[in-house]
Design a protein around this ligand. Structure first.
Ligand code: SIN
Length: 275
């Protein structure tokens, strides 16, 4: 197995491994690389929906997404799909999957099924590197703070997606979510400090209104993207990406209008987060 960094502070490409047939030792090494680097990319994988589910179960549990369409024969798999005539994509802004759950998903396994002729890359940003790069003053301001996260404004009837041409493709408009997490968490496996707010789902600090919270939240959202803590993946047939939702934000770039893109995603069960 060979590991090559995708960027100085985020992401690793792992070759010499077949995810569908990986040993326990390889699984341990893959997990550790993802906990540390945030995301791992695997090329030329022969990875059927059954392999996808079996790999996720071998890692831990599966969290079924509330909103995305589910694959007909494999309801463990969420379908992240954009049709050629749709303008809006799923996940086209920086976010962290499922931070609106009190026990948020550990990570996600995304498999390319249909790709546009060009574009449709995914970007990740490392929240450990983001935290490290904050000024001492900002670190002091957020020490001990907790924040409220929800997805209601994104997925409910009247929410952001309902106002777009993606609205009709999604489920769960009546689902209500809400969770409180520390603004700075410790990674459950590595112990590294991570900035755990994201502009999609983090609404306000505990004990403050949205209005009171926004200036500091916006400062953190801006500071979290330093350029050198980001990496970018150009998908190819057979590419699989696995990322840690505690360690990273991600963003699906919507630059392929007129073409289809379909990805299969399984979200991995996580654990409660602590400062
Ligand atoms: C997502 O999980 O947000 C989608 C990522 C992608 O489609 O690249």
């Amino acid at each position: 197995m060979k590991l090559e960094k995708m960027a100085p502070k985020c992401g690793v490409e792992i070759s010499g491994i077949s995810l569908a047939h990986c040993s326990d030792d390889e699984m341990r090494a893959v997990k550790q690389a993802i906990y540390e680097q945030g995301v791992a990319v695997f090329r030329d994988q022969d990875f059927s929906p059954e392999d996808h589910i079996a790999f996720a179960k071998k890692w831990g549990g599966i969290d079924i997404n509330n909103y995305f369409p589910l694959e007909n024969e494999h309801p463990e798999i969420a379908v992240v799909k954009k049709e050629p005539d749709q303008q809006t994509n799923i996940g086209g802004a920086w976010h962290t999957d499922h931070s609106y759950d009190q026990v948020p998903a550990m990570g996600s396994i995304l498999v390319a099924r249909v790709l546009p002729p060009a574009g449709g890359d995914t970007m990740w940003a490392h929240m450990g590197a983001a935290y490290d790069a904050l000024s001492d003053d900002l670190k002091q301001q957020i020490e001990g703070l907790e924040a409220f996260h929800t997805a209601d404004h994104v997925y409910n009837e009247g929410g952001l997606y309902a106002q777009t041409d993606m609205g009709k493709s999604l489920r769960g408009q009546d689902v209500r979510t809400g969770a409180v997490h520390p603004v700075v968490i410790r990674h459950p496996q590595t112990g590294r400090k991570l900035l755990y707010v994201n502009s999609a789902f983090t609404i306000h600090f505990l004990g403050q209104t949205r209005e009171e919270s926004l200036p500091l939240l916006q400062q953190l959202f801006d500071a979290a993207l330093t350029g050198d803590n980001e990496c970018r993946l150009e998908w190819k047939p057979g590419t699989v990406a696995i990322w840690d939702n505690r360690t990273t934000w991600h963003n699906a770039i919507n630059d392929y209008q007129g073409h289809a893109r379909e990805m299969h995603r399984i979200t991995l069960t996580g654990e409660a987060l602590a400062a």
